[in-house]
Design a protein. Structure first.
Length: 148
């Protein structure tokens, strides 16, 4: 079996753990990890309710944490794993961070960057979608089912 797929699944499971922390805090359950040289350097989940900040998405928190670890604003040797396709705001920030690879779980049909702002990322950014898609989507469905 392809070891890269196993690696992507491993790191996506770490992002799912972060999403579960968000779920427990009554935050939209999206989680993210930033990996550099096969090591997680940042973990984050949505904190928009906790911080009363609409920009406190998992990806934004992960970018900031990773930049602090690396001591610079560019994430040129990193990969972001996130449970749901980034929104346009996060895609723009990821583009500015110059991250070369993004792996996401479930697509975001209503607010994903691919439909709203497909050019927000750098054109050379490698995008892999659908890693553990069912698990990522199920967590979101469970969260919003409880809200209705």
């Amino acid at each position: 079996m392809n070891t890269q797929i196993l690696g992507d699944e491993y790191f996506m499971r770490q992002a799912l753990n972060e999403a579960r922390y968000a779920f427990e805090k009554d935050e939209v359950p999206i989680g993210a990890v930033v990996v550099c040289q096969n090591r997680i350097i940042a973990r984050a989940h949505n904190l928009t309710e906790t911080l009363t900040d609409v920009t406190a998405h998992a990806e934004m928190q992960a970018i900031t944490a990773a930049a602090n670890v690396l001591g610079g604003k560019y994430l040129t040797d990193c990969t972001l794993y996130v449970t749901v396709e980034p929104c346009p705001m996060c895609a723009g920030a990821l583009g500015w961070s110059q991250i070369p690879k993004i792996v996401y779980g479930a697509p975001d049909i209503k607010r994903g960057y691919r439909d709203i702002a497909p050019k927000a990322l750098h054109p050379k950014t490698q995008i892999i979608g659908g890693v553990l898609e069912q698990e990522c989507a199920q967590l979101m469905q469970d969260f919003f089912k409880n809200k209705r």
